[in-house]
Ligand binder design. Structure first.
Ligand SMILES: Nc1nc2c(c(=O)[nH]1)N[C@H]1C(S)=C(S)[C@@H](COP(=O)(O)O)O[C@H]1N2
Ligand SMILES: [Mo]
Length: 321
């Protein structure tokens, strides 16, 4: 069944769509073998450093290096230069603050990402909440170079510091019949002026995933960027990065992970946008690289098919094939 999205004010017309045959590439990624152990060992060393830092946030101090400067996982390579950090921050999508991307960073200064608690709820062995810095100390930190692409037709390439979402899911101990995960952002209309605007709903911002998607090796939780703590406009103190999905799935400033037995398969953020990119009829065909304005073709599964294509065998909304 064809799913026709309602056009929202912030969507640009889809006049640039090109035939999918023009964007079907496979990319050569580094072989995935033998590197996992290395990342885990390096992450363990950093967890030690993090523990020594005490509770006043996780800044680098005389006591040790910043945990946000984590060792890079060499498995994930880019086909383009890293996006200039200033350009990335001047073009931040964070509707809680403003629809105008260049104003988001200024408005987001009003938020306070620490202290910050993350709630684990739903079908888990033990519903609980945890302080973000405590969570960071428990997780194996690494740096990954990922590309992310918004369906408005722009893309960034960013070194994220964080940990696999699978590590957090395992820590949460979902029950065997938990099949979906809803990841939710904050609701603070007194801090985030965009949340006073009911025309873009529902708040709080959220996205739904199948457990398989959450457990996929690519699914990442970022707590840092460019070797530093995550800036507010990019979703401090903790956000998702799901690079094979359109970037609207990468929920910023997460406050809750809820495990569910069942959900609409394709509920997603607003319940209307196909999430795997590119998707016939919704993809624009090219993306503009933030910072350089270079245009590149969009890629099936954003070029990450090697990791994720197997998860989408038959679902017409998620599998564009
Ligand atoms: N909480 C929250 N998360 C969000 C959004 C948002 O408005 N609120 N926007 C999404 C969209 S549409 C995009 S394109 C990416 C942008 O991430 P970036 O600004 O770090 O590039 O964040 C996603 N995560
Ligand atoms: Mo977006």
């Amino acid at each position: 069944m064809i799913h026709v999205p309602k056009r929202r004010g912030w969507e640009i017309p889809e006049r640039e769509a090109t035939p999918e045959s023009a964007v079907l590439h496979r990319r050569d990624f580094l072989k995935r073998m033998g590197l996992a152990g290395l990342a885990v060992a390096a992450g363990g060393a950093l967890m030690g450093a993090g523990r020594a830092l005490g509770s006043i946030g996780l800044r680098g101090t005389a006591a040790g290096p910043s945990p946000f400067a984590a060792p890079r996982n060499p498995k994930f390579v880019l086909d383009r230069p890293i996006t200039d950090p200033a350009a990335a921050s001047a073009h931040a999508e964070f509707r809680e603050f403003c629809a105008e991307k260049r104003l988001v960073a200024g408005l987001a200064r009003a938020m306070n990402p620490r202290p910050w608690r993350i709630e684990i709820s739903g079908f888990v062995r033990r519903p609980r909440s945890i302080d973000v810095d405590e969570l960071i100390r428990r997780m194996p930190l690494e740096e990954r170079l990922y590309r992310h692409s918004c369906r408005e037709g722009w893309a960034k390439a960013v070194p994220w510091t964080g940990f696999p979402l699978s590590a957090l899911v395992k820590w949460a101990e979902p029950l065997s019949f938990a099949r979906h995960l809803t990841v939710t952002s904050f609701y603070l209309p007194e801090v985030a002026p965009g949340q006073g605007n009911a025309s873009w709903t529902p708040w709080p911002y959220r996205a739904d995933f199948q457990i398989e998607e959450a457990m996929n090796e690519l699914a990442f939780v970022a707590v840092g960027m460019y070797g530093h703590a995550l800036p507010k406009e990019h979703g401090a103190p903790l956000r998702l990065v799901m690079p094979w999905l359109w970037a609207h799935e990468s929920v910023k400033s997460v406050v809750r992970l809820e495990f569910k037995e069942k959900d609409k398969f394709h509920s997603l953020v607003q319940g209307w946008v196909p999430s795997v990119m590119p998707n016939r009829g919704f993809d624009r065909g090219t993306e503009r690289l933030i910072g350089t304005d270079e245009r590149r073709p969009t890629l099936l599964f954003n070029g990450y098919g090697e990791w994720v294509a197997g998860m989408y065998p038959r679902h017409p909304m998620r599998n564009p094939l």
